[in-house]
Ligand binder design. Structure first.
Ligand code: NAP
Length: 264
């Protein structure tokens, strides 16, 4: 792959944010106000959505072409530091960032919101992949019959063969194509969701089990509080493994890390 042309820039410190999360947007917005101090901030988006919301300041869209492509980009753009603020379930980019930053000698920070933790009254079963969730649903038939799938629309297919379950699929966009479920209905909705909304959803669909990922954050955690109230079981997918990079859990801590390196 041909490395990108270096861009002329008077910046004395260039930061690359690997984004796609609310934390990455917030960090870019907070740092953007400092651009006049010689801090250059570039946000990178994978480009999964047709018309992504653009972060404040400079941005680029699309994959880099693996570790080699990212390493070449870091060198060509004279990047001084990288913050990997990709989603807790973006499983690949964190490894690419760790390898590319090591190769290019660039410091790397992982910004990741804290995971949700089970509280008293919760009925969680933690799983590492969807096959475990499918096996659990198959083994617990007929007690588990009405299931809310609160996960990505590309992640539905493993559940389609379970014809003893009625699935309520909540998604921002309709799955296209929708896997061949025997019994399923679609609820199109975008968070954040309130506790009242979630209680109503669980009750009106008589949900006995929720399947979701441990994304963390406040936009979609009300379903867990509603599940606790109503005694609904949760199959919670754990986060994927990650490299041993320094890590912070808040935008404020990431700002401090940048300030310490850039002297801003
Ligand atoms: P992934 O498995 O970690 O990454 C797959 C590939 O997508 C990477 O190898 C890289 O391609 C490209 N990529 C990922 N993030 C990128 C970024 N910020 N800038 C440029 N290229 C990027 O990630 P994913 O699960 O496919 O998610 C893609 C994006 O959606 C991420 O940015 C993530 O923050 C966001 N997102 C993901 C989820 C989720 O549940 N997975 C949820 C919400 C948002 P190259 O190897 O070609 O560089």
């Amino acid at each position: 792959m041909t490395p990108p042309e270096p861009t002329a820039s008077p910046a004395d410190f260039s930061l690359l944010i690997l984004g796609g999360t609310s934390e990455a947007y917030q960090l870019a917005a907070d740092l953007h106000g400092r651009a006049d101090t010689g801090l250059r901030v570039i946000s990178s988006l994978a480009g999964r959505t047709a018309q992504p919301r653009l972060p404040a300041g400079e941005s680029r869209v699309g994959g880099f072409g693996g570790v080699a492509g990212l390493t070449a980009y870091l060198r060509a753009e004279h990047i001084d530091a990288v913050i990997d603020a990709t989603h807790p379930f973006a499983g690949q980019m964190r490894w690419n960032a760790a390898d590319a930053c090591a190769a290019a000698g660039v410091p790397l920070l992982r910004l990741e919101r804290p995971a949700w933790r089970a509280a008293p009254g919760d009925h969680w079963l933690e799983i590492d992949n969807w096959d475990e969730a499918v096996a659990h649903l198959a083994a617990s038939a007929p007690a588990t019959r009405r299931v809310l799938l609160a996960l990505g629309r590309q992640e539905l297919a493993p559940f389609a063969p379970l014809d003893h379950c009625h699935f309520v699929i909540r998604s921002v966009d309709a799955p296209d194509p929708q896997p061949p479920f025997a019994h399923a209905e679609l609820v199109l909705a975008r968070g954040p969701f309130s506790l009242a909304d979630e209680r109503e959803l669980l009750l009106s669909h008589a949900i006995d089990t929720i399947i979701c990922k441990n994304s963390g954050g406040g936009a979609t955690d009300a379903k867990l509080a509603a599940a606790r109230e109503l005694g609904v079981r949760v199959l919670m997918r754990r986060r994927p493994p990650q490299p041993d990079s320094p890590r912070v859990a808040s935008v404020a801590a990431a700002m401090q890390w940048v300030a310490a390196r850039a002297g801003k």
